[in-house]
Write a new protein. Structure first.
Length: 164
């Protein structure tokens, strides 16, 4: 009985003392993790700037499909959350090769090129190009808008349109 009690006290003592790790104060580890998540995201406008919405329920195999999804507008939950679509384009053809994406527009482009609608296109296409071509980083993609009339706009990078 004494041996059992002694063993119990030893085990209890070890548990109370711990494994030798001494408590420390707060250790700074930098900023929280940020950066792109995997998969295609569609960017929509809000009062606080552009916000990416993941495409979860569709397989996207080309950039034209991405623009079609973007032009359809945000899903109902995101609409209720204040997201909106400011992209207004008619016919288009999107081509991407490496870090370059070009949007050939059949009509003139009404936006300024420095607005949230343009940012939606640029960020959505940059993200999509980096997913469709895994050797390309979204931050490296440059998007050029080429309207039927008027000068080309861009090349733009997504970072130019993001707040922060």
């Amino acid at each position: 009985m004494r041996v059992r009690r002694g063993c119990l006290l030893v085990v209890l003592g070890i548990v109370l003392v711990g494994c030798g790790v001494q408590p420390t104060g707060v250790i700074g580890a930098g900023e929280p993790a940020t950066g792109p998540t995997r998969g295609i995201r569609l960017y929509y406008a809000s009062d606080g700037g552009l916000r990416g919405v993941p495409v979860l329920d569709r397989r996207v195999e080309n950039l034209n499909t991405v623009v079609k999804l973007l032009a359809a507008g945000p899903p109902p939950a995101e609409l209720r959350d204040g997201l909106t679509n400011l992209v207004e384009i008619g016919g288009y053809t999107v081509t991407g090769r490496g870090t370059r994406v070009t949007v050939d527009l059949e009509d003139p482009y009404a936006a300024t090129g420095r607005d949230q609608g343009t940012g939606q296109l640029v960020c959505t296409l940059a993200r999509a190009q980096s997913v469709l071509d895994p050797k390309v980083g979204a931050d490296d993609v440059e998007v050029t808008l080429s309207p039927s009339e008027g000068p080309e706009l861009g090349p733009y990078r997504c970072a130019e349109f993001l707040n922060g």
